[in-house]
Design a protein around this ligand. Structure first.
Ligand SMILES: N[C@@H](CCC(=O)N[C@@H](CS)C(=O)NCC(=O)O)C(=O)O
Length: 237
C-alpha cells in the first residue's frame, strides 16, 4: 500500500502543507487506499514533504508522486481533458503552487497574526520529531527566518503587505472565474488538477487564519461551495 510521508493534520486541514493535502486528495479522487506517516522533514530526500513510498521506493515531490501513480493506472484521471484544458489547467496549477503558495506562506510565517497561529503548531510538530522543549522556540525562530527568506527570494515576500494581498487576490479572482459552476475545476469530471485546487482553496479559506486573502476568498461563493463539496465528497473521514 502507498504510504504518504506527511507533517500532520493542522488547523482543521488534512495537513499543514498544501502539497501533502494535494497528494492525499489525489489518492482519494482515484479511490486508492493509502497509509500515512508523520515524517521528519530533515530526513526526507529533498528535505521537503510530501514523499510517498510506492512499491518500496521513496518518491519526493507531489507532482512526481501523482505522475508516477497515474503512469501505472490503465485509466487516466485526466483522460477526458483536451489539449487546451490541459494547458490552462497546467498554468493554474503553476500559479497556485509556485506563486500563491509563497504569498500564503508569507501570511502564515511572515505576519504577526499568521505566526501567532502557526508557531504553536510548529512547536508541537517539533515535539513529535523529538526536539526537546527548550530548543523548540529557537528552532521555530530559525525556521521562520528561513521560510520568510524564501518568500523574499521568490519576490512576493518583498512586496508591501497591501501589494502582496492584491497579488494573491488577483489569483483568487482568476481561479474563481475559471472554476465557474464546476462542479470540478475543469467541468463535470474530476481531474488531477482538483487535487491542487482543493488543497489551495481549503488553505486560503482556513478559518484558523484571519487575513485579507481569506476574506477575499470568502467573497467567492463558487469557490467556497467547491471547497465544501470537495471536503464532503473526499474528506468525510
Ligand atoms: N515541489 C514540492 C514542494 C513541497 C514543499 O514545498 N513542501 C514544503 C511544505 S509546504 C516543505 O516541506 N518545506 C520544507 C523546506 O523547504 O525546508 C512538492 O510539490 O512536493
Amino acid at each position: 500500500m502507498i504510504k504518504v510521508h506527511k507533517y500532520g493534520p493542522a488547523f482543521g486541514l488534512p495537513d499543514s502543507s498544501p502539497f501533502v493535502t494535494k497528494v492525499e486528495t489525489y489518492l482519494r479522487l482515484i479511490g486508492e487506499p493509502y497509509e500515512t506517516l508523520s515524517a521528519d522533514v530533515r530526513k526526507a530526500p529533498r528535505r521537503q514533504l510530501p514523499c510517498a513510498e510506492i512499491e518500496g521506493v521513496l518518491v519526493p515531490d507531489s507532482t512526481a508522486i501523482i505522475d508516477l501513480i497515474e503512469s501505472k493506472r490503465p485509466t487516466k484521471l485526466d483522460g477526458h481533458l483536451d489539449e487546451k484544458q490541459r494547458a490552462v489547467a497546467h498554468a493554474f496549477k503553476a500559479m497556485l503552487e509556485e506563486h500563491l503558495y509563497f504569498g500564503m506562506l508569507h501570511l502564515r510565517w511572515g505576519t504577526e497574526g499568521g505566526w501567532s497561529v502557526f508557531e504553536p503548531n510548529l512547536r508541537e510538530m517539533l515535539g513529535k520529531m523529538g526536539v526537546p522543549t527548550f530548543l523548540r522556540g529557537m528552532i521555530a525562530k530559525k525556521a521562520r527566518k528561513q521560510v520568510v527568506g524564501r518568500g523574499a527570494t521568490q519576490g512576493i515576500g518583498r512586496k508591501p503587505h497591501a501589494e502582496l494581498v492584491a497579488t494573491c487576490n488577483q489569483i483568487i479572482d482568476s481561479l474563481a472565474v475559471q472554476l465557474g459552476d464546476g462542479p470540478y475545476f475543469l467541468g463535470a469530471k474530476p481531474s488531477t488538477y482538483d487535487a491542487t485546487v482543493y488543497a489551495f482553496a481549503a488553505g486560503m479559506l482556513c478559518p484558523a487564519f484571519t487575513n485579507e486573502v481569506r476574506a477575499h476568498a470568502e467573497t467567492k461563493p463558487n469557490l467556497v461551495s467547491y471547497a465544501q463539496r470537495m471536503k464532503a465528497e473526499y474528506w468525510k473521514d
